[in-house]
Design a protein around this ligand. Sequence first.
Ligand code: NAD
Length: 455
Amino acid sequence: MQVINPATEQVIQELREDSSTSLAQKFGLLQAGQQAWAAQSLSERIKIVLKFSALLEENREELAAILSSEVGKPLQQSRNEINGARARIQWLCEHATAYLKEEIMSDSSGMLEKIVYEPLGVICNISAWNYPYLVGTNVFVPALLAGNAVMYKPSEYASLTGIEIAKYFHAAGVPEEVFQLAIGAGAVGASLLDMPFNGYYFTGSYQTGQKIYTQVAHKMVPVQCELGGKDPLYVTDEVTDLAGIAAGTADGAFYNNGQSCCSVERIYVHEKVYDAYVSEFVKEVKSWKIGTPTEEGVYLGPLSRKAQIALLENQVKQAVDLGAKILTGGKAIPGKGYYFEPTVLVDVNHQMDVMKEESFGPIIGIQKVKDDEEAIALMKDTAYGLTSSVYSVNESRAQHILAQMDSGTAYWNCCDRVSAALPWSGRKHSGFGATLSHQGIRAFTKTKSYHLRQP
Ligand code: NAD
């Protein structure tokens, strides 16, 4: 398997994909090692995971360079990602004891009732490339803390980072029999589905998530799917600081080249502030530096995958054919590397894919609305349900709108953010189950309910 640098299109490394034989061997190792891992005290496992986090910190520059070389994100965004993952690890380690310890629910008349959280066993984590440290941490860290062994399949676009993650887990003291890598593309992921894992935790597209969910259903083991989104954002007419809001929401749409599951994917703006907002938004987008990921000050590097360019070109072409206007950008940048101009479209509507299908790139449609009712109807017109955002001064107005959104996350005066303390979960085509928070720790356990009667 070739690892290609999306900024230069050069092959930076060749890796051997796992075969079904090597996967079976790795699975056997994990099965043999899991119980001893679970038998260690939680505080010992926490210590080892914190050591892993310290190793990420010590090696951050090198790890950020590797990540940027294979996914094309600007170096500073790679550093930010590693820092962000460390903050999540910290939260998970600080709260694991509280959420994994047994709970006594009642103790009276000689009958004690308690819940014990047991590890699932050997779990499979099939992951995405856009934030390998963050979406990886959401799964493998709580899984390990809860006493599971983990087969981690990094995306084929982030394999070098996957290899580094495994290296530092092992260096920190996670045994080889507890954390293993599956290297390869979709076919390797598909082979994992045929193996007897005790749970499947997937981060990726709706299309793949649907295949995985269907294929493993007969096993009757826990499955979680963290999938894509078409996240709406609404700017009401009673906002102050339009320039600040335009800059913040543009960042929410374009950070990591728009390749975030919770990127703002479509914007609705009240007609009273529409012109001013759009003008500030475009000013912000035009101020960004586009360049190679290693150049300091670059905000937009190349896209991670070449195939996405055609999807973005098609969305732009279809939108323009149906009457949209391009205010800036609109096409791939010629030359080496998978670069695409940051693109702002107006006069858009819900006949256009750009307002309905995940773009996962540096392109945004901004639609004018006359009132909250129209904004609500458009925001709700989606197959996805990851996040929704409202900008307003009046909190109850925002709460009234957000309460109607069928999404796992609701933002008031913010967007494109994740908190370790809150469940990260999608609805509808954005998936189901939760990572992070108490739910995301217990997601890697099975409960046993004890009814203990004294003789
Ligand atoms: P993808 O679905 O193409 O691939 C994800 C993983 O699945 C990869 O490791 C891939 O090798 C594997 N895979 C592909 N086909 C498979 C098969 N048939 N069986 C088993 N495994 C298979 O997704 P991607 O391009 O890596 O990631 C982008 C998508 O992920 C976007 O839709 C994005 O919104 C979503 N995402 C969601 C979240 C979230 O938390 N909700 C986070 C990050 C990314």
